[in-house]
Design a protein around this ligand. Structure first.
Ligand SMILES: Cc1ncc(COP(=O)(O)O)c(C=O)c1O
Length: 298
């Protein structure tokens, strides 16, 4: 099933073949990036951490005063139905809620009804596989993370220009991705993934106050570290602490767990994935297939 025909896309309760899945040019999601989204993975038919993603989606919408027209249980059912209709056992789900169709002004009150979109597709890990000889190369971007007192990345909104500018800078520098600093100059996160570093056997990550998206993969990694007895500290971190770390890696649904080999061309240790990363990745590969960690769709 799902091999020979087009993927099916859910829009407001109906399923459409991919080529016919369309929204209005007057949707404020397109005109202003006004909307929220989630990226979710399906591992062997298990929609990983679906409830956590749905909770974050509704929290993002709450901050934007965006009233999602269906309740959480219906949303979960509709996501499960869309995965089943596509029949992909391993997939990436893009769940989008746009502000809906309005006029050409900003006023969200002109948009009558938000649209709910569920896309299910195959997606390879966006920075390549975690099992690799050398880690990815990153630059420290000159574009600072949007601060928590403005368009904070705590809200997973459709406006990703802050990350896109940093990604362009990374591409132009010949690097795989960018690490962004917060408005104070402390480490924040990568363009679409959270950052961890290892120093003296201890695991560190920046706090939400550094402008990060509180990642669901990040929470899983913190939980795994606790279980493995790896000391974990959440605190502000400096660029030098990254450049002189024993290990560094990023985490996210799209990226999964990816070691960093080079920062501004400086190797992290010998540029290869380190032992703490490898141990956490091994555990993550078990956790992501454990039925207790998601909703079974297939
Ligand atoms: C800016 C940003 N930070 C971090 C993450 C990681 O979050 P999660 O692990 O919930 O996918 C994402 C999304 O994948 C993101 O877009």
């Amino acid at each position: 099933m799902g091999q020979s025909r087009e993927p099916l896309v859910y829009i407001d309760g109906e399923l459409y073949p991919k080529s016919q899945a369309k929204v209005s040019v007057f949707d404020h999601g397109l005109l202003y990036g006004d909307g929220v989204f989630e990226g979710i993975r399906v591992y062997d038919g298990l929609i990983f951490k679906l409830k956590e993603h749905i909770d974050r989606l509704y929290n993002s919408a709450k901050v934007l005063r965006l009233r999602i027209p269906i309740d959480k249980d219906t949303m979960i059912n509709d996501v499960v139905k869309t995965v089943r209709a596509n029949g992909f056992r391993d997939a990436y789900i893009r769940l989008v809620v746009t502000r809906g169709v309005g006029d050409l002004g900003l006023d969200p009150r002109k948009c009558e009804r938000p649209s709910v979109i569920v896309i299910v597709e195959h997606l390879e890990p966006i920075l390549g596989k975690g099992e690799r000889e050398y880690g990815v190369s990153v630059i420290i971007s000159s574009t600072r993370r949007d601060p928590v007192y403005a368009t904070s990345h705590e809200v997973k909104s459709l406006n990703y220009l802050n990350s896109i500018l940093a990604k362009i800078e990374a591409i132009e520098a010949g690097a795989d991705d960018a690490i962004m600093l917060d408005s104070r100059g402390f480490l924040s996160e990568a363009t679409g993934a959270n950052l961890f570093i290892v120093r003296d056997g201890k695991l560190f990550t920046p706090p939400v106050t550094a402008g990060i998206l509180p990642g669901i993969t990040r929470a899983v990694v913190i939980e795994i570290a606790g279980r493995l007895g790896i000391p974990f500290i959440e605190r502000d971190l400096t660029p030098v602490e990254l450049m002189t770390a024993d290990e560094a890696f990023v985490t996210g649904t799209g990226a999964e767990l990816v070691p960093i080999g080079f920062v501004n061309k400086l190797p992290i240790n010998d540029g290869r994935p380190g032992p703490v990363f490898k141990r956490i990745l091994e555990e993550f590969n078990l956790v992501k297939r454990d039925p207790r960690n998601g909703v079974k769709a297939l």
